[in-house]
Design a protein. Structure first.
Length: 109
């Protein structure tokens, strides 16, 4: 292994990024003003008005959108990392299976 290979290994890059992030965090703590509790700082505030507490329960429509997102993006990932010598019928067959899955996902009764 060359020294360049060692310097660009994922473990060392991760350790370096974590060390730099910790140093930035520690430095910002030294220059930030001290927090003083205040009712105005801790209350929710949105768009110039006091936010009222409310409950939001997503319906099943959100589930379908999330599942559609996952199916389409996994399909794009699989096609993107397919080997260059993969047969065309394999890719088109996979796209057909994804199309059937998306159609079944959006099927309304």
């Amino acid at each position: 292994m060359t020294p360049l290979d060692l310097l660009t290994s994922p473990i060392l890059v991760l350790a370096f990024a974590l060390a730099v992030g910790f140093l930035i965090y520690a430095w910002s703590a030294t220059i930030a003003p001290a927090f003083r509790p205040s009712a105005n700082k801790t209350m929710p505030y949105v768009g110039g008005e006091i936010a009222e507490a409310q409950t939001f329960r997503p319906g099943y429509q959100f589930f379908y959108v999330a599942l559609f997102f996952a199916v389409v993006h996994v399909a794009a990932l699989v096609i993107a990392i397919a080997p260059p010598d993969a047969p065309l019928w394999g890719t088109l067959g996979y796209l057909l299976v994804i199309a059937v899955a998306v159609t079944a996902l959006r099927w309304e009764q």
